[in-house]
Ligand binder design. Structure first.
Ligand code: PGA
Length: 246
């Protein structure tokens, strides 16, 4: 099973989200959406979650929020509740995206709490991690990834579902996709680290960072690449589905 997840970030109004979902579910696309060997996931901005609930609810496409707080209810102004996402029928919550880590100072400890909380609700966390350019150039890629995984997964329940997305920060939104060798090496290492941490060998490891229809085919054939987290190229149904069809 390959997983293709769309990270819309702060793009699209609810009206545009509804148009996208209607187009995505349109007759011609139905065969690819219901293929048993792939799963599509959409992470719209939070004002569009209700549109996802309305239009994707009865479809094979999963959806969820781009972030959440580590509790579901209370005096947490401005936060997103995974409990509300669950009540709306969502399945997945994106956590630890590099933009959350860098722009909003989220650390591994806070992210770990969210991972545990999301699993406790019966939802699936998709934990993002990856090194910056200076960490890569300083030869620290695997120690950084290792600690992001070890600390970020500290409260994860090994018996429950989890998804991982390796995104080298320098490849996000830059058009600079990691080379096939770099992706292969990283995914092999991640697979190894997960087994050392006691995770099942079936935990899906997605790659993210400038994935496009043009590079999807090569990237998806790399061992231990179980799908993609897609930003820019997920904003149009045509490119998103071309990637999922690669
Ligand atoms: P990109 O974004 O595909 O535009 O590089 C990926 C992401 O941030 O998840």
């Amino acid at each position: 099973m390959k997983i293709f997840a769309a990270n819309w970030k702060l793009q699209k109004s609810p009206k545009e989200a509804r148009e996208f979902f209607t187009e995505l579910l349109g007759g011609a696309n139905r065969p690819i959406l219901s293929k048993k060997d792939r799963r599509l996931i959409i992470f719209p901005s939070s004002p569009c979650l209700e549109a996802a609930s309305d239009l994707l609810g009865a479809s094979p496409v999963w959806w969820g929020a781009q972030n959440c707080y580590s509790e579901g209810k209370g005096a947490f102004t401005g936060e997103i509740s995974a409990q509300i996402v669950k009540d709306l029928g969502g399945q997945v919550i994106l956590l630890g995206h590099s933009e959350r880590r860098v722009l909003f100072n989220e650390g591994n400890e806070f992210i770990a709490k969210k991972v545990g909380y999301v699993q406790s609700l019966g939802l699936i966390p998709m934990l993002c991690f990856g090194e910056t350019l200076s960490e890569r150039e300083g030869g620290k890629t695997f120690s950084v990834i290792g600690s992001q995984l070890k600390e970020g997964l500290k409260l994860a329940d090994r018996s429950k579902q989890i998804l991982l997305a390796y995104e080298p920060v320098w490849a996000i939104g830059t058009g600079k996709v990691a080379s096939l060798e770099q992706v292969q090496e990283a995914h092999q290492q991640i697979y190894q680290i997960l087994s050392e941490l006691g995770f099942n060998s079936q935990v899906p490891i997605l790659y993210g960072g400038s994935v496009k229809p043009e590079n999807a085919k090569e990237l998806i054939s790399i061992p231990h690449v179980d799908g993609f987290l897609i930003g820019g190229a997920s904003l149009e149904t045509k490119s998103f589905l071309a990637i999922a069809d690669a």
